[in-house]
Design a protein around this ligand. Structure first.
Ligand code: AP5
Length: 216
């Protein structure tokens, strides 16, 4: 199964992708996580990506298409993929179509997580992650069960993303509107798009996504 989670920054794509990976055994492919790893490792890709990410702009299509292709090849045995944050432009979507056709694979569904803009800033500025396993939390909506301790790996260290400040988030939203939102009609036309109400509590969004994917 190959699915795309599509939605603006802070919509809940990463939250749902992490859950689907755990519950359904699908592999989460997050271009944001891959780029952050490259930035931390100081690779050539990381150096190129950092400037765009800090500015809230998209990294060049060729760069992200290449890292996704390499990761899919490496995970060839996987039962399926959740594409989280990719594609983000029509050029990336076309590259994905070609990549999948070359491998004899097919995209199953594109889940649009629909959230109003005013809620996104609060979600992003309250977000924090486990520094070790990257599990995703929120100051108000999703705190660890034991304060200061990661539910998943028990680590007591947490971190925030440098691009999670209000000014950069506004630029990321602008990039979403101009460059990524045109993917909605692209996938609607292909008969793949399912819209999910992302304004509900996390568990209810999970339920709706599972229904759309036939897991419930
Ligand atoms: P990326 O890391 O992909 O960031 P993003 O798309 O901006 O998305 P986020 O990770 O911010 O949000 P999310 O939807 O995953 O929300 P989350 O689940 O964390 O990309 C970062 C940068 O990398 C880009 O700006 C760009 O520069 C570059 N990049 C990446 N991919 C690229 C590509 N393909 N092409 C070019 N450049 C690329 O949830 C947010 C918070 O809300 C969490 O705290 C969570 O606990 C909480 N939450 C989740 N669901 C709910 C709910 N239903 N109710 C209440 N709170 C909720």
């Amino acid at each position: 199964m190959i699915i795309i989670l599509l939605g603006p920054p802070g919509a809940g794509k990463g939250t749902q992708a992490q859950r689907l990976q755990k519950e359904q055994g699908l592999v989460q492919l997050s271009t944001g996580d891959m780029l952050r790893e490259a930035v931390s490792a100081g690779t050539e890709v990381g150096l190129q990506a950092k400037k765009a990410m800090d500015a809230g702009e998209l990294v060049r299509d060729e760069v992200v298409v290449k890292i996704i292709e390499e990761r899919m090849d490496r995970e060839d045995e996987a039962t399926g993929f959740i594409l989280d944050g990719f594609p983000r432009t029509v050029a990336q979507a076309e590259a994905l179509d070609k990549m999948l056709a070359d491998k004899g694979k097919e995209l199953d569904k594109v889940i649009e997580v629909d959230v109003i803009e005013s809620a996104l800033i609060e979600r992003i500025t309250g977000r924090f992650n486990c520094a070790k396993c990257h599990a995703n939390y929120h100051e108000k909506f999703r705190q660890p069960r034991r304060e200061g301790v990661c539910d998943i790996c028990g680590s007591t260290e947490f971190e925030r993303r440098p691009d999670d400040n209000e000014e950069t988030v506004r630029r990321r939203l602008d990039a979403y509107r101009k460059q990524t939102a045109p993917l909605l009609p692209y996938y609607e036309k292909a008969g793949k798009l399912v819209k999910v109400d992302g304004m509900q509590p996390i568990e209810d969004v999970s339920y709706e996504i599972d229904r759309a994917l036939g897991f419930r």
